[in-house]
Design a protein around this ligand. Structure first.
Ligand SMILES: Nc1nc2c(c(=O)[nH]1)N[C@@H](CN(C=O)c1ccc(C(=O)N[C@@H](CCC(=O)O)C(=O)O)cc1)CN2
Ligand SMILES: NCC(=O)N[C@@H]1O[C@H](COP(=O)([O-])[O-])[C@@H](O)[C@H]1O
Length: 287
């Protein structure tokens, strides 16, 4: 339960709400849950009706097959900048490749590109943490956990979020917070390594390959269990910007693929603690 009412400065609804969508009054997020928002895809807001669950066929030990109901997942995304990964995940949710719904955008930069995209697509925006000069009425980490629970969030996805996720949130969502990093961890990660700084470090090292890493989040920067990676060739005369562009292109593909697997409950944990992704096409294959 949120310990105090969230004021409008902390929770903002779309600047231009999609047509015909009643804006829930600025009250605690519970009302938002009944807020069936639509994505204004073009002039005519189209009500996107999503079923609350979907079924998948599973092979049973005796060789027979069974239908298993999988619930649609509620996702919160944390950004600090343009939000291109966030937009790709949203497109996946709308387009049907991701069996999930984006219910909340969290950012420490209330006017960043990701926040603007969220507002124009009917996704509530929450500022955390607030800038130091305004931190007197900012949310505490436990209040942030309360808000995420109020929204029924199943998974938290970091996508260019540049602040340390507090231990309270890590503990409240075990194995349910993911981050994407623009290099092949465990190399080129940790405090101070974000954005273009990462690509500059990769080029300075002479590494011949880079690429995105998606990992589970723990209390430290970039030390959580690696879930997925893809390799990008580093070219001899690459600039940081050229390398960043190629890596970002791979990030967009990899994150949507991983979030789809998360929503379909295709993540399995090996006995040594390494998380694996179960192939969608062949359930006996993992990668
Ligand atoms: N508890 C965790 N929080 C976060 C993680 C994580 O793995 N565990 N990942 C980061 C994302 N990230 C790399 O993928 C990352 C982001 C930012 C920094 C960093 O050094 N930040 C600066 C502040 C930058 C700013 O405010 O502009 C700093 O802390 O001094 C390193 C890695 C997200 N959170
Ligand atoms: N260490 C964290 C870090 O550097 N994250 C990186 O920030 C960019 C955000 O882009 P986006 O806002 O367009 O998704 C992405 O390249 C992401 O890997």
């Amino acid at each position: 339960m949120v310990s105090r009412v969230l004021f409008s400065s902390q929770l903002t609804f779309p600047a231009k709400p999609p047509r015909e969508t009643p804006i829930a009054p600025l009250t605690p997020p519970r009302n938002v849950l009944s807020f069936s928002f639509r994505s204004s895809v073009d002039r005519f807001a189209m009500r996107i009706v999503k079923t609350a669950s979907f079924t998948r066929t599973v092979a049973k030990v005796d060789g027979s097959r069974d239908e298993e109901a999988i619930s649609r997942k509620k996702l919160a995304v944390f950004v600090s900048g343009g939000g291109s990964n966030f937009k790709k995940i949203h497109e996946g949710c709308i387009g049907g490749s991701v069996q999930g719904d984006l219910v909340l955008l969290v950012t420490n930069k209330k006017d960043c590109g990701g926040a603007e995209y969220a507002r124009s697509n009917g996704i509530p925006v929450l500022v955390f943490p607030k800038p130091k000069r305004e931190s007197s009425d900012g949310l505490s980490p436990t209040e942030l956990v309360d808000v995420l629970r109020e929204y029924g969030v199943d998974f938290v996805l970091l996508a260019g979020y540049l602040k340390l996720i507090p231990a309270e949130l890590v503990k409240a969502f075990p194995k349910r917070i993911l981050n994407i990093h623009p290099a092949l961890l465990p190399a080129f990660g940790g405090k101070g390594l974000y954005g273009m700084r990462v690509h500059k470090a990769v080029l300075a090292s002479g590494a011949r390959y880079s690429g995105p890493t998606i990992h589970f989040v723990d209390e430290e920067y970039d030390t959580g269990r690696i879930l997925a990676q893809s390799a990008v060739r580093v070219v001899a005369n690459d600039t940081p910007e050229e390398l960043a562009k190629r890596v970002l292109h791979e990030e967009h593909k990899l994150y949507v693929e991983v979030v789809a697997a998360i929503c379909e409950e295709r993540i399995k944990w090996r006995e040594d603690g390494v998380p694996l992704i179960q192939s969608k096409d062949n359930p006996d294959d993992y990668y």
